[in-house]
Design a protein around this ligand. Structure first.
Ligand SMILES: Cc1ncc(COP(=O)(O)O)c(C=O)c1O
Length: 454
């Protein structure tokens, strides 16, 4: 979790000039400081954790400020710009939709159907129905609601226990945070809703026993009767780093859910639509969930999210009972449709899969350069994480994680603020349009920084 603000005093840094990176001013750019300061005065501190770069425009894999600086983007604006920034096809779709109809509530539009069919075409049966929302948090909350509704219909009020994993992030609204596994985010909830239960995520790092027995043992230890579980939700790779759920565990979890009448829900908000080299993260796990929550990369940048599920679950509510004012907003829907078409027509899932070994090996080299201080690195498709730790431990080292990001931004590689346990993780997640040369260039910058911080 980022809790530290980047200083606003400009630092003179060496100039950089490559086709991907141009640093021509002190960082932050002196002329941006007044705006950045006024933002801090005007906004809650919570909005202030990102590197002090005033984004002016972005194209492809590059982010620009207004003073001639250009960054190679390793953030995708927090795993959103899967098809790249500033795509003409998306801009034209937005303009066309906006000129015709920019709000329709839940009144039918042909555009909504086109998008829903395009989304469903990415997913396997029986995830054929699509419910459109605006944010990832809303999508995970909708899954939670469906799981509890179905559970209580089947097993009475007691069948409403919702199981999630330590370190999980499912969003910032109340249900999503009840379901999350980051204690630091849950203080404001007090002791309400005790039917949310966390079990250890089998990351093979802090939780070294990755066998499914730990899941069952953890429920037993917390006094949870499996018959009362209505749903189990997990990210397919944990967004606080990039650790995939192990395959054997995922299969055992699928069986367990089937045995005990629980829904299996995958939060695909980060993983979905190509990030891992496949359409969905669960394709790496060999199991299909009952519900999938999607967001971020689904739309390429406009606010849109989706829940995918089978008819029996998605029809639990009657007409008008499960909606949102901005479901399938025409401008967002047009952008998402254009984005999904680009993901397909430009082979972006395939590009992420092809570059998987480059990012994987690059992450390993960076970890090696850190002299063991990056004790854990994970990588799948075009997302990787580097976990900085105190030497020889799993204790996070947020200072080094932060400093890696600080130096990286000073050298023209855009990263977002540290995430993960104790703020120790640096994520690498470029737009899926990146080519191998640009990816290698950014990784080399990070390798140099890791060696400096070793
Ligand atoms: C895995 C995961 N789920 C849910 C969310 C919540 O999405 P949003 O910020 O769009 O509400 C996020 C956002 O970071 C996420 O990473």
């Amino acid at each position: 979790m980022a809790s530290k603000e980047f200083p606003l005093e400009p630092v003179t840094v060496p100039l950089v000039d490559t086709p991907n990176r141009k640093i021509r001013t002190a960082i932050p750019a002196p002329e941006s400081v007044d705006t950045l300061r006024r933002m801090r005065a005007c906004e809650p501190r919570s909005m202030g954790g990102q590197p002090p770069v005033l984004w002016d425009r972005a194209e492809g894999v590059h982010v620009h400020d207004a003073w001639g600086n250009q960054w190679l983007d390793f953030s995708s604006g927090v795993l959103v710009a899967n098809s790249g920034h500033g795509r003409r096809e998306i801009v034209e779709a937005i303009n066309e939709a906006a000129g015709r109809l920019y709000h329709a509530y839940c009144f039918p539009t042909a555009l909504r159907l086109e998008l829903e069919e395009a989304i469903a075409a990415f997913a396997p049966a029986p995830l054929n129905k699509v419910f459109l929302l605006t944010t990832g948090s809303e999508a995970t909350e909708a899954c939670l609601k469906l799981a509890r509704t179905r559970g209580m219909a089947l097993g009475g009020p007691e069948k409403s226990v919702f199981v999630t994993f330590t370190h999980a992030f499912h969003g910032r609204t109340m249900g999503a945070q009840l379901a999350g596994g980051i204690p630091g985010l849950k203080g404001w909830l007090g002791d309400c809703c005790p039917r949310f239960v966390n079990v250890p995520f089998p990351d093979g790092f802090r939780q070294t026993d990755v066998s499914f027995a730990v899941f069952e043992e953890s429920l037993r230890a917390q006094g949870v009767d499996p018959a009362r579980v209505c749903g189990v939700m997990t990210e397919t790779f944990q967004g606080c780093n990039a650790t995939l759920l192990p395959q054997a565990y995922a299969k055992a979890l699928r069986d367990w859910c089937d045995t005990h009448g629980s829904l299996l829900i995958f939060d695909e908000v980060q993983a979905g639509f190509g990030r891992t080299g496949r359409a969905f993260g669960f394709e790496h796990l060999g199991v299909v969930p009952d519900l999938a929550a999607c967001g971020k990369g689904i739309s390429g940048g406009m606010p849109l999210s989706a829940v995918l599920g089978p008819e029996a679950l998605m029809n639990l509510y009657g007409p008008g009972e499960m909606t949102s004012t901005h479901s399938a907003n025409p401008v967002c829907a047009a952008a998402a449709l254009a984005n999904l078409r680009l993901i397909r027509s430009e082979g972006l899932m395939e590009n992420a899969a092809a570059l998987d070994p480059v990012l994987r090996e690059g992450s390993a080299r960076i970890a090696q350069a850190s002299g063991g201080r990056i004790a854990r690195h994970d990588s799948v498709g075009l997302v990787a994480s580097l976990q900085w730790t105190e030497p020889g431990t799993t204790t996070p080292d947020p200072e080094r994680a932060w400093e890696m990001i600080n130096r990286s931004v000073q050298r023209g590689v855009m990263l977002f603020a540290p995430v993960g346990v104790g703020g120790g993780a640096v994520k690498i997640c470029p737009p899926l349009v990146i080519d191998e040369a640009a990816l290698r260039e950014g990784l080399e910058v990070l390798e140099t920084i890791a060696a400096e911080l070793a």
